[in-house]
Design a protein. Structure first.
Length: 298
C-alpha cells in the first residue's frame, strides 16, 4: 500500500512564504530544484517511491527567510506553508500512532513506519527537538505538549477524512486511507467543523480508531487471538499498525472483518492463524493480524 508521503501532500499556497532546502542543497551539492509547492517533483527528477519519501521527509526549513524576497536561489524550492511543514506533521502523527498502538517509539520504529533511513529520522528528530515538538530520552521519543497538539490535529483530520471518504463518497478502506494522507495536511478548521457536522460528530474512523477530541469511550477490548474456540466476539478496532500492512485493509474489508461485525472463533492453528465465522463466512486471519485486531467478547 502506498505510504503517506510529505512530498505528495504539500498544499497549494495558503500562508506565509518559507523556503525548503533539498538534502543535496543542504550538503552543498549541485541540485536541480523541484517544484514541491503543489506536491509535484519536476519530471527530470523522477525517482523511486522510497527515494521520494526519503527526500520529502528530509526537507528542512531555512530560518529567517524574507517573505518579500526575490527570485529563487539554486537548490531552494519555494513553499507556502501553514503553521507547520507537512514533514513535521508526518513525524508527530507517526509518533502518536505508534504510542497509541503500544509500540516502542524509537527511531527504528519511526523509520520502519515512514520507510526512510534511520540517519534521516535521527536528523529530523533533532530538528523537532529544536522546534519544541519532541523530547528524546534514553532512545525513547516523546511528544511535547506542542507536539501532541499538532499530532492530535493531524490524526483527527486524517480520521475524519477517512470517515467522509468512505461514508459519503463510497471509497474503499484502502483508497480512503491513502487519500486521507493527503487531506490531513490541507483541511482547515472550518472544513473540519463542516465534516463533523455532515457526519454527525463521529467518534471513530472507519477502522474503529478513536478520533482525538471526540466523545469516544473505549470498550473493554482484547486481541482476537486471546479468545478461545467457540467464543463469540464483536470487532472493535483495526489498529493503525495494520493499516500499513500491504493488502491487509483490502482483505479485512472484503472478509467483513469490520468494526461492529459479530463473529465466532471456529479454529486456531499452530502457526497462529485464527479462523472465524463472520457474516456467514469462514475466514482465516494470520498471527500478525489476530494479535492486533481488537474485539469485545460475547
Amino acid at each position: 500500500m502506498p505510504h503517506r508521503n510529505a512530498a505528495s501532500v504539500l498544499p497549494e499556497p495558503v500562508g506565509a512564504r518559507i523556503s525548503v532546502w533539498s538534502p543535496a542543497a543542504m550538503a552543498g551539492q549541485p541540485c536541480a530544484w523541484a517544484s514541491v509547492g503543489a506536491g509535484k517533483l519536476d519530471s527530470n527528477q523522477a525517482r523511486t517511491g522510497a527515494e521520494k519519501r526519503s527526500s520529502a521527509i528530509r526537507l528542512t526549513l531555512r530560518p529567517g527567510y524574507d517573505s518579500e524576497a526575490g527570485p529563487y536561489t539554486p537548490g531552494v524550492a519555494e513553499y507556502v506553508s501553514p503553521e507547520w511543514h507537512p514533514a513535521f506533521e508526518e513525524y508527530c502523527e507517526t509518533i502518536f500512532e505508534l504510542r497509541e498502538d503500544d509500540v516502542d517509539v524509537i527511531q527504528a520504529r519511526v523509520a520502519e513506519r515512514l520507510e526512510i533511513s534511520r540517519p534521516a529520522v535521527s536528523e529530523m528528530i533533532k530538528r523537532m527537538e529544536g522546534e519544541g515538538l519532541v523530547q528524546l530520552r534514553a532512545g525513547s521519543i516523546t511528544l511535547t505538549d506542542s507536539g501532541l497538539r499538532l499530532a492530535e490535529r493531524v490524526v483527527r483530520r486524517h480520521r475524519l477524512a477517512e470517515r467522509f471518504l468512505t461514508d459519503i463518497l463510497g471509497l474503499s478502506w484502502a483508497e480512503a486511507h491513502k487519500e486521507a494522507g493527503k487531506w490531513e495536511h490541507v483541511i482547515s478548521e472550518k472544513v473540519e467543523q463542516a465534516i463533523m457536522r455532515v457526519l454527525d460528530n463521529p467518534t471513530t474512523c472507519p477502522h474503529g480508531n478513536p478520533i482525538p477530541g471526540s466523545d469516544y469511550a473505549a470498550p473493554p477490548a482484547v486481541p482476537l487471538v486471546d479468545l478461545d474456540v467457540g467464543s463469540g466476539f464483536t470487532v472493535s478496532r483495526i489498529p493503525e499498525e495494520l493499516e500499513f500492512s500491504p493488502g491487509l485493509l483490502e482483505f479485512l474489508e472484503e472478509a467483513d472483518v469490520l468494526p461492529g461485525r459479530h463473529g465466532t472463533i471456529t479454529a486456531t492453528s499452530p502457526d497462529g492463524t485464527t479462523t472465524v465465522e463472520i457474516e456467514g463466512r469462514h475466514v482465516g486471519i494470520g498471527s500478525f493480524a489476530s494479535k492486533r485486531i481488537l474485539v469485545t467478547s460475547g
